[in-house]
Ligand binder design. Structure first.
Ligand code: SF4
Length: 704
């Protein structure tokens, strides 16, 4: 028996990206605590993170490869996957296959999956569940900044005098970041404004809660831009020297939302409260605006992001201490996926299809002539194509679209209809039941690589447990398939460090500074240095001694003319308005103690204790009008699906609106699943689905 040992790694849940110390006892059991040396959390963990040690069991694990539900060898499974993908491509073309991956993958896993699909298969049909999380922020950043850049760092929330949280229940969804904000507020009296249709735990503690009508964020921030102009709070020198498009954006904003009173009407707010917010924003130089899924998960998500960015461009509050727009991501490695180009509209290393030179540049680096030249299918379109026969072979890696995708019933039908479905995952999921080939993937604690959190901080995620059964890491599974498809030379990696080196080298390849994502300083990192890599921010170009903390603070943007771009946006009506048949607006979101479709947190009794079953929140007046009492069982239906849930009457819900947690799945088949109710309606720029505004009806279930 060996002595206990400690391994520093990173939490696999939200985008805060907390550091974790795993202590492995001599008997092989592991416990976790926060890593006091990690800059994101300084030793703290939230309820989910502190329960990580209780998710390490083998309950529900996939331990061996399976073909058609029967155990098989790795060779047989990999041969079949490679041959079916190769045959499909030969017969129907590269666009007849697709990968649907996950923000749970490590950067190295993501890199090889993206390289195989875009570089060697020659299609861009690789998309990710991060499409459901932050794609609108990516699109908004690209429109305004020229590149998908989060300019700030967490410290900015501690150095700000005003923090505006838009569509973000930070207290529950990014708990450690929220605790940092509250600690700073106790010291410096930071004002907190929450913009959210629900009175969430976060809204309960703020200085001003703007409980706006869902989907009216553009009007609120257009009104703010108009107010900044009228109150002389515009940084005219900054606007003149560093931006373009100011006049057009202001002109549209002033027409759209000319006064706080008009904004109040549109947003269903008190005009005095709108004015108070505007006055605070205008008068407070150190302002950070945080936005999350409440902004992104919308048919107008990209416009919402740009409405926010316009206000920061107008005041020059970008990338400076205590100032800036700040997109926080839901998943642990949503940012890492963006770095490698793991979205269907990205190519690699922050290069996109909008740059005509990029495919050849990436092809030169990967030494392939077959690089994809046009964007692939985004998540919703990908499953549509799997259902109608355009996608004939689909590989789902580490995610559960049978539950999490909007119109999940149709997604299940698509998975059933698709000719060949591969699922690689840690546990059996609602999706794995559709797999022709099921591949056992390494879990948190068993796999090795890097993740990047919402503030661009790269952290090692390390293995501290042996892989059970025949389990293998995702990067190994992808490279073994790639080799069998005839690309052995390009996928000859000894370990994750080798993949990381290549990823870092690509970020610096033919990069004369035009692209800010550059970690070329890590391109020659030795295995031992990689193994011990301390958290560091990107960019980290060659010759750097430390990663860059803030970006864009010098007013230079990675656009063609070097200027940040205002985007003229207008408030649009709801993509799916309520009507007589479906009169309530359904909003969906997370609970404090659960993670995604509960494949891990659902196994921890103490995390299940607070909310053991899904409850639909309803305003008590609406509930009474429907003859529903608190705790009653109801049927909730949209045009896409339905299910049952108990009602939790909540004065924190606006009248006419309902809220359902996103976590429950087919494992609780009779229960309402948010994905099954949601519509496959997407933002035209980002492809992100509308998950916050779905018309539903609710009625009491007859007592059996
Ligand atoms: Fe994990 Fe997020 Fe909690 Fe930190 S805040 S412990 S990253 S779930």
């Amino acid at each position: 028996m060996t002595d206990a040992r400690e391994v520093r790694t990173a939490c696999p849940y939200c985008g805060v990206g907390c550091g974790v110390q795993a202590r492995v006892a001599a008997d092989g059991t592991a416990t976790v605590r926060g890593d006091p040396g990690h800059p994101a959390n300084a030793g703290k963990l939230c309820s989910k993170g502190s329960a990580l040690g209780e998710t390490l069991g083998l309950d529900g694990r996939v331990l061996h490869p399976e073909i058609a539900g029967r155990g098989t060898s790795w060779d047989a499974a990999l041969d079949l996957v490679a041959s079916r993908f190769s045959e499909t491509i030969a017969r129907h073309g590269a666009d007849a296959v697709a990968f649907y991956v996950s923000g749970q993958l490590l950067t190295e896993d993501y890199y090889v999956a993206n390289k195989l699909m875009k570089g060697f298969i020659g299609s861009a049909n690789i998309d990710t569940n991060s499409r459901l999380c932050m794609a609108s922020s990516v699109a908004g950043h690209k429109r305004a900044f020229g590149e998908d850049i989060v300019p700030g760092v967490y410290e900015d929330l501690e150095q700000a005098d005003l923090v505006v949280l838009v569509g973000s229940n930070t207290a529950w969804c990014h708990p450690i970041l929220y605790q940092r904000l509250l600690a700073a507020r106790a010291e410096r009296g930071t004002r907190i404004v929450v913009v959210d249709p629900r009175r969430t735990a976060t809204a309960g503690e703020c200085d001003l809660h703007l409980q706006l009508r869902p989907g009216t964020d553009v009007a609120l921030f257009n009104g703010l831009l108009a107010h900044l102009v009228g109150s002389s709070a515009i940084d005219r020198d900054y606007v003149a020297a560093h931006t373009s498009g100011f006049e057009a954006a202001v002109s549209l904003a002033c027409a759209d939302a000319p006064t706080p009173r008009r904004v109040a009407e549109t947003c269903d707010l008190d005009s005095a409260e709108v004015s108070r917010f505007y006055d605070w924003f205008a008068a407070t130089a150190r302002t950070v605006t945080v936005y999350s899924q409440g902004v992104n998960q919308s048919a107008h998500g990209t416009d919402k992001v740009n409405a926010i960015l316009n206000c920061h461009l107008a005041t020059g509050r970008i990338g400076r201490p205590g100032m800036g727009p700040f997109s926080v991501t839901g998943q642990p490695n949503a940012m890492g996926g963006r770095e490698v180009g793991g979205l269907a509209n990205q190519l690699a290393a922050h290069m996109g299809f909008d740059d005509p030179q990029a495919p050849d540049r990436v092809g030169r680096f990967w030494r392939t002539a077959g690089v994809a030249r046009k964007p692939g299918l985004k998540a919703v379109d990908m499953f549509e194509a799997a259902g109608d026969g355009r996608i004939k072979a689909l590989w789902v890696m580490g995610t559960n679209p049978a539950v999490s995708m909007p119109d999940a019933g149709k997604v299940r039908a698509a998975l059933k209809a698709c000719e060949f479905v591969v699922v690689s995952d840690v546990t059996r999921t609602d999706t794995s039941q559709f797999a022709d080939v099921l591949l056992p993937a390494a879990a948190w604690g068993e796999k090795d690589g890097t993740v990047t959190n919402s503030e661009r901080l790269i952290t090692r995620q390390k293995s501290f447990l042996p892989m059970p059964g025949d389990v293998r890491p995702d990067w190994w599974i992808v490279t073994e398939v790639a080799r069998r498809m005839g690309f052995a030379e390009a996928f000859d990696y000894a370990n994750p460090a080798a993949i990381f080196r290549e990823h870092a080298a690509l970020s610096a390849f033919e990069n004369d500074g035009a692209r800010l994502f550059d970690i070329g300083g890590l391109a020659d990192i030795e295995d031992s240095t990689y193994d011990a890599l301390a958290p560091l921010h990107w960019p980290f170009p060659r010759g750097a001694s430390a990663g860059s903390q803030r970006l864009l603070g010098d007013g230079r943007f990675p656009t063609v003319d070097g200027r940040g771009r205002f985007v003229a946006v207008r408030q649009e009506g709801a993509a799916l308005p309520v009507d007589a048949a479906f009169p309530l607006v359904l909003n969906t979101g997370r609970l404090r103690d659960q993670w995604h479709t509960m494949t891990r947190t659902g196994r921890v009794p103490r995390l299940m204790a607070n909310a053991p079953e899904p409850a639909v929140e309803l305003n008590p007046v609406d509930a009474a009008a429907l003859g529903i009492a608190d705790g009653d069982l109801v049927r909730i239906e949209s045009r896409y699906g339905g299910g049952r849930a108990k009602v939790a009457a909540s004065a924190g819900q606006r009248r006419g609106e309902a809220f359902l947690p996103m976590h429950w799945s087919g494992r609780f088949a009779a229960n309402a699943a948010a994905g099954a109710l949601s519509a496959p309606v997407t933002d035209p720029f980002s492809g992100q689905p509308e998950l916050k505004h779905v018309p539903v009806r609710i009625a009491r279930e007859p007592v059996a």
